[in-house]
Design a protein around this ligand. Sequence first.
Ligand code: FAD
Length: 302
Amino acid sequence: PYEVLVVGGGPAGASAAIYAARKGIRTGIVAERFGGQVLDTMSIENFISVKSTEGPKLAASLEEHVKEYNIDIMNLQRAKNLEKNDLFELELENGAVLKSKSVIVSTGARWRNVGVPGEQEFKNKGVAYCPHCDGPLFEGKDVAVIGGGNSGIEAAIDLAGIVNHVTVLEFMPELKADEVLQKRLYSLPNVTVVKNVQTKEITGTDSVNGITYIDRETEEEHHVELAGVFVQIGLVPNTDWLDGFVERNRMGEIMVDKSGATTVPGLFAAGDCTDGPYNQIIISMGSGANASLAAFDYLIRN
Ligand code: FAD
């Protein structure tokens, strides 16, 4: 059996695996797609000490670094189920069962898509999901934020300080964000909020040039010219396969303590799949290292 089995090959998983292997313990890593969300990212400018890089490049160096160590890499394998008897038993989609004394889940998350024409076509060409990452690319331009919940309104406030103008589109007749965020939003001069509207299409040629939405009351169609659209309708953690095994919050995020420990002894979690407050590469890596050190601590005590 493994001593540490990492499930997920993004920044959190890569970091957890390396920290475990450096303790000289038997380590394995299972990943559906090694690199994770980083593979879908164009430019990365906030991975501190690396001024600027591209997602696929960073993903390749993650893998290269993991390969420096004696780590069993099981790429293109999807975990299906986890059980604990004497040991943890991780069942893969292909039927194999892997055994381990401890497990670190780092299966990440995915942005919820709005599912309108133009969204897939213009991903990374004006359609963005992360204001901390991509906000500065739209400096001085006009953008829209889809979603009037906390993350949408936080994004709009954040972007308003960088871009020329922000249009917020909310499906419901009222914003769902906290009162204090709404107050701050409405105090800004370069933000327009439109409520009770349904996004119909993100338009563009080479990149985004506008957004079309329908007023749900009048059924009138409107078009706004802009350079970017931030989709902020939630992040879905990849944790369904753990349903009933470990405690998750309302959003499906795995609940962890300061060391990354979950409600199941010997089971740790790190990165975007947890209830940590912020989702970034550098934070995921830190949280993977944290969980891995905690797993080592658990192993020497058990
Ligand atoms: P992920 O990167 O999501 O990795 C999860 C891993 O688990 C993957 O290998 C996946 O294949 C695997 N997996 C999932 N389910 C299973 C399963 N059942 N079995 C086996 N494996 C599974 N952050 C920044 O700091 N800077 C940026 O500029 C930036 N830009 C971004 C741009 C985009 C378009 C996106 C989508 C995100 C961006 N982020 C950025 C956020 C950053 O990518 C994430 O916070 C980070 O990748 C999270 O790392 P993670 O390891 O927790 O999860």
